[in-house]
Design a protein around this ligand. Structure first.
Ligand SMILES: *[C@@H]1O[C@H](CO)[C@@H](O)[C@H](O)[C@H]1NC(C)=O
Ligand SMILES: *[C@@H]1O[C@H](CO)[C@@H](O)[C@H](O)[C@H]1NC(C)=O
Ligand SMILES: *[C@@H]1O[C@H](CO)[C@@H](O)[C@H](O)[C@H]1NC(C)=O
Length: 448
């Protein structure tokens, strides 16, 4: 049975689709992957109107509800990775097979001469990997990387230092080169460790270490590969430390926008000078995640009464708050979300009509209203969310929902995730060298 809510959701989202189709002339999508006058690399939303990865036969409504369910799966796998070495914990199975690619992609090219790829960005993972020719079980829609056509491709031997850094390396007796197994979302795969030239924007990174996918099961991997922007060994930051000094920033476009300047900026050059920052924290449990110290939340002027344990950072368990580009809607642990939602509802005037729920959102209104300001308070920095980062609304403005949710009700979900809708139209600076994360207003999305 189709519930009323999902029907309503479908109608709402179809409306987005129609509006988008009318306002997204294909010509706009033909812009080059980077601006000629800057080193910025254009970021596309994976299912946005200009993305080559957008599923052609899927309606916008279906894509959107996939994205919401995908968030749940992503949270489950983020939480599961925290739980890995917790003996007492219960493993979390997502039980769903769906579009699990991270939300944002950039164009890259691999090998010499370069073979074009559209790779997903993931700030909570380290490794880079690409589907290679002869891969068994890789997505058939994508053109795989053909290492035989690259003059600079080099498999890495078992004794190489990089082989010691990959998770679950396997060097069967007699094997000439190193391979490793990894799981991602609901998929697991086997990859050969290799090096080749990776071009991003106008920069060419020679001898970049990545996994060449050989075998995979499951269907939840980005079709043209992944670039891990996490902080661990073999991550992009570690491999390019000399060139980019462990620094990058992004401005993320809205999935609704076809006209934007969302970009990835690598290295310290050109980063905002006047920027509010908060210290970056490191968890031994999960070294790839970008942890920050969120100390409170305000709705309007009111400071929410949140139990300290819901926000406290614990390096040993991995509890706390992370900034993640791969999750779409911010998730707060249950008591923090309940406090936020209740106060938000209290301050929204009755003119907005009764509270309804829609899809995964529990605070929606069909009347028009001005939302109270929500401010996330971090050590040394406040992040005041403008209405566009707070609400998801139909283009006609007839329905709007608070674009956040409680973290899934699992034993290990003790992580608050500051997700990408809440980061829109900020340049988010990841300055690992100076152990800080910064936010600076920047219009990278024009939602017309
Ligand atoms: C790695 O994965 C492959 C294929 O999925 C499997 O055959 C192999 O046994 C795995 N190796 C290890 C060390 O887990
Ligand atoms: C986070 O902020 C709180 C409140 O200022 C402070 O007590 C705590 O020590 C901070 N935690 C870390 C890890 O910096
Ligand atoms: C799209 O971007 C261009 C150039 O950045 C700008 O001139 C134009 O007004 C934008 N259009 C819309 C609908 O926002």
């Amino acid at each position: 049975m189709v519930s009323f809510a999902s029907l309503l959701l479908y109608t709402l989202l179809s409306h987005f689709a129609l509006t988008m189709a009318a306002k997204a002339p294909a010509a706009r999508c033909a812009t080059p992957p980077f601006d000629e006058n800057s080193a910025d690399i254009r970021i596309l939303h994976a299912v946005g109107p200009c993305s080559p990865l957008r599923p052609p036969s899927t309606s916008w409504g279906d894509t959107m509800s996939d994205l919401m369910t995908r968030d749940e799966s992503r949270l489950a796998s983020l939480a599961a990775s925290l739980a890995k070495s917790h003996r007492s914990s219960v493993p979390i199975a997502s039980g769903r097979q769906m579009l699990q690619i991270p939300n944002y992609v950039v164009r890259a090219s691999l090998g010499s001469p370069g073979q074009p790829m559209v790779v997903a960005l993931d700030t909570s993972n380290d490794a880079a990997w690409f589907p290679c020719t002869a891969c068994v079980g890789c997505p058939s829609a994508a053109v795989p990387f053909d290492s035989s056509r690259s003059s600079t491709f080099r498999p890495l031997p078992c004794g190489s230092p990089q082989c010691a850094q990959v998770p679950n390396p396997s060097c069967s007796p007699g094997a000439a080169s190193c391979s490793f197994n990894l799981s991602y979302g609901g998929s697991s795969f086997q990859a050969g460790l290799a090096q080749d030239s990776l071009a991003l924007g106008s920069d060419v990174l020679s001898s970049y270490t990545f996994g060449c996918l050989q075998k995979m099961t499951g269907s939840s991997i980005p079709p043209q590969g992944l670039l891990g922007l996490g902080r661990g060994p073999l991550s992009f930051l570690s491999q390019t430390k000399d060139r980019y000094a462990s620094t990058f920033s992004y401005c993320l476009p809205s999935f609704r926008s076809s006209n934007f300047s969302g970009s990835l900026r690598l290295g310290p050059v050109g980063q905002p000078k006047r920027i509010k920052t908060t210290p970056l924290l490191t968890s031994t449990r999960r070294s790839s995640f970008y942890y920050v110290n969120m100390t409170g939340i305000r709705v309007g002027r009111r400071v929410l009464d949140i139990p300290p344990s819901a926000l406290a950072f614990d390096p040993a368990t991995g509890a706390g708050t992370i900034v993640d580009a791969g999750t779409m809607f911010t998730r707060l642990v249950a008591p923090a979300y309940a406090a936020l939602r209740d106060e938000f509802r209290r301050q929204v005037k009755a003119a907005a009509g009764p509270v309804t729920s829609l899809g995964g959102f529990d605070t929606c209104y069909s009347g028009s209203f001005v939302p109270p300001a929500v401010t996330l308070v971090f050590t040394g920095m406040n992040l005041k969310l403008p209405p566009d980062n707070l609400l998801i609304r139909s283009t006609a403005g007839s329905m709007a929902c608070l674009a956040m949710a409680a973290a899934p009700d699992n034993v290990n979900s003790v992580v608050n995730v500051i997700a990408n809708v809440q980061q829109q139209n900020y340049r988010v600076l990841f300055d690992v060298a100076n152990a800080r994360i910064g936010f600076s207003h920047e219009t990278c999305t024009a939602t017309a």
